[in-house]
Design a protein around this ligand. Sequence first.
Ligand SMILES: Nc1nc2c(c(=O)[nH]1)N[C@H]1C(S)=C(S)[C@@H](COP(=O)(O)OP(=O)(O)OC[C@H]3O[C@@H](n4cnc5c(N)ncnc54)[C@H](O)[C@@H]3O)O[C@H]1N2
Ligand code: MOO
Length: 431
Amino acid sequence: MRRTVAEHQAAVAGLLRWSSGYDGGAPEVLPLARALGRVLAADVLAPVSLPPFDNSQMDGYAVHADDLAGSMALSVAEAIPAGSVPADLRPGTAAPIMTGAMIPAGAVAVVPIERADPAQFYSVAALADLGGTATVTLPGGIDAGLFVRRAGSDIAEGEVALTAGTLLGPAQLGLLAACGAGEVPVRPRFHVLLLSTGDEVAEPGSPLAPGTIYDANTTLLEAALVEAGTEVTRHRLVGDDPAVLRDVFAAITAGSTHLVLSTGGISQGAYEVVKQALSDSGVEFSSVAMQPGGPQAHGTISGIPFLGFPGNPVSAIVSFEMFLRPALHQLTGAPAPRPGLEAVLVDGLESPGAKHQVRRGLYRGGKVALVGGPDSHLLHALAASNCLVHVPEGVTALQAGARVEVTLIGPVPSDPFAVEDVLVLDEAGTD
Ligand SMILES: Nc1nc2c(c(=O)[nH]1)N[C@H]1C(S)=C(S)[C@@H](COP(=O)(O)OP(=O)(O)OC[C@H]3O[C@@H](n4cnc5c(N)ncnc54)[C@H](O)[C@@H]3O)O[C@H]1N2
Ligand code: MOO
């Protein structure tokens, strides 16, 4: 069956939503320190206001409401360090107050020490020498509220601090800590069973026999899945014997696995192990109008969602980025969607008009240089790229200077754009 990219995206998202059983999983309650990258399972209301009390934004003098006119000597009252509960401030006095310290009753403003005369706090010894007669003169026309951080000005007690589905990054965890939360309820991790197929693939670290290659896909996809917030069980490599793979699939039982993901063995060859093992299973083998990543399989095994990605490593990771990653975001809230940008092509390209072509590129400063050719074995080029470059269906060629959509998949260099460093790879990688 032939389908568009959008149709297959919808099919994968629907498969995970309706068959993975993920939504029924009970939330986990984790200490904040272990919740980075997880997704909040329930709304969290602020149990306290932030700030919890009016406090000073500056080291300076707390000024009484009656003394805002300034320009006169005020008696220096007892100093207010952060963490203390101050005595009420009397008119005609100003209290040295430190950043974060509670504003005393009666005070309505803080004048920074730099604007006071003298512009330094009295030392304890100096105060003792003056025997309680120390004074300070503040500038005229002080506005009420100057450098006062109002209780609840960040968030009021009882307001929604974070909503269910929020991806917990440093800022969100910092907010929860500031609210006094020790633990947080998070959605369970999405669990993937990952297996790569093919008689020709060998475990990295083992000797390489003639005609064989090292397994790149398991590591590539495991890393991508872990980065996307899932938990991965890595299956041992499975060869090209359909009977063996059928046994592997038969041993998979519903439980904690939300998705079985394989690579290889799904196209038109004589030894397509995944296709043969699942020939009577109802799993659909389709041709998606995308390059790379055309051959795709999807369905269920023992009721568990199954996706078969093509064996070429770049096809596999493009399939992940285009189909699985967005579906995971829709279902679990993690990972965050990839940023999409418009960029100016540094070089021209050709594309099969009947397919959505996904090229690899290096984006910086609003421009994108292609890295490597369109072929799906070019892992070295992939490793030097930071984005996917989209050439929509119907487009057969683009000139340098054309505007294209790119999806960022890696960090953007901050130095000015220079194409020289990618040209070498571009030439070497195009075949
Ligand atoms: N006659 C046709 N041949 C092919 C077609 C087609 O439409 N008609 N499609 C091509 C496309 S496009 C792709 S993509 C591949 C997909 O093939 P499979 O999914 O069946 O994958 P394999 O044949 O098993 O492997 C393809 C390629 O990838 C290498 N490979 C496989 N597994 C790994 C791994 N774990 N790590 C690294 N590399 C791996 C494998 O050695 C092959 O070179 O089919 C085309 N053929
Ligand atoms: O569509 Mo294949 O996935 O190019 O190599």
